[in-house]
Design a protein around this ligand. Structure first.
Ligand code: NDP
Length: 287
């Protein structure tokens, strides 16, 4: 029978483990989140992050800046956070207003506090197999996979998507797990045929229900990163779907993440995990 991977429960368990470890610390890890402007989705996301940070016993520093904040003002704040010994993780919520250069802002974050794993230094460390901080959603995918398949050695993994945020880091992490990894993208030929070779199939595309049931190898583990809002059954209502046609793929797969409730809940839990990791390194505590 197909296993439906419960990311919500896994994330709750991860937060509990983190909270238990934080409870035993004399000094508490601090996570600073910077939000520029009034993007409604970002505001909800930042509020969720702040709530969950406090719930695991960490300190949340919220910096809400007006939409007209300048590049130098934002970089000056990042520099202050870099120097602040109470702050162990810094996250600048994306997207930034159009007049700001996100790449430059991210580059200003100290790699040791880059809990989103987005700096070029941390991306390079991941490729080089060095200790660093990895992006949260890919980390969530790998933790879910590890829970199902402790030893991934020799398995064929296909990752659909090559973004810096998801596809590339997931592929690197699967490579570290000794998978044979193929990264597919919009120019890939015979994507269905390629997907059918995958023991592990990760879809990070941003196209609603693109991956069909017949693309899935029987028994494969399917990780659906996609979050797509589409029209619901009732007029005027919307619903969330993944990049995988869940109803068609689930009977074929050995295990599959649903949307919502699969990879999504893992992202913030992994942000907290990264903050704890950064804290331990900055405070010279052993992992
Ligand atoms: P991007 O748009 O940055 O990347 C999408 C990738 O999919 C690109 O590499 C693109 O290829 C590839 N692609 C697009 N169309 C096709 C196609 N027809 N066939 C094969 N490949 C294709 O998206 P992200 O990586 O940022 O996000 C992917 C999905 O994951 C989105 O639905 C997003 O909402 C979701 N997401 C979920 C998160 C979570 O917390 N669960 C966090 C982050 C993202 P090319 O490079 O050739 O253009």
């Amino acid at each position: 029978m197909t296993r439906i991977i419960d990311g919500k429960a896994f994330a709750a368990q991860l937060r509990e483990t983190i909270a238990a470890e934080v409870a035993g610390l004399a000094k508490k890890p601090g996570l600073a989140v910077v939000l520029v402007g009034e993007d409604p989705a970002s505001k909800v996301y930042v509020a969720n992050k702040a709530r969950q940070t406090v719930e695991v016993g960490m300190v949340s520093f919220e910096h809400r800046l007006p939409a007209q904040t300048t590049q130098s003002e934002l970089e000056a704040l990042v520099a202050r956070l870099n120097a602040d010994p109470e702050v162990h993780g810094i996250l600048v919520q994306l997207p930034l207003p159009k007049h700001l250069n996100a790449e430059q802002v991210i580059a200003a974050i100290s790699p040791e506090k880059d809990v989103d794993g987005l700096t070029v230094v941390n991306a390079g460390r991941l490729v080089a197999g060095l200790e660093g901080l990895v992006p949260c959603t890919p980390l969530g995918c790998i933790l879910l996979l590890e829970s199902l398949i402790p030893d991934m050695t020799g398995l064929n993994a296909v990752v659909i998507g090559r973004s810096h945020l998801v596809g590339k880091p997931v592929a690197q992490m699967l490579l570290q797990k000794n998978c044979t990894v193929t990264v597919a993208h919009s120019k890939t030929r015979d994507l269905p045929g390629l997907c059918r070779t995958a023991d592990i199939l990760v879809a990070a595309v941003g196209r609603p229900e693109m991956v069909k049931g017949e693309w899935v190898k029987p028994g494969a583990v399917v990780i659906d990163v996609g979050i797509n809002r589409v029209a619901g059954r009732e007029p005027g209502k919307t619903k969330l779907v993944g990049d995988v046609d869940f109803a068609a793929a689930a009977p074929v797969a050995g295990a599959i993440t649903p949307v919502p409730g699969g990879v999504g809940p893992m992202t913030i839990a992994c942000l907290l995990r990264n903050t704890l990791t950064a804290f331990k390194r900055l405070e010279n505590l052993h992992n």
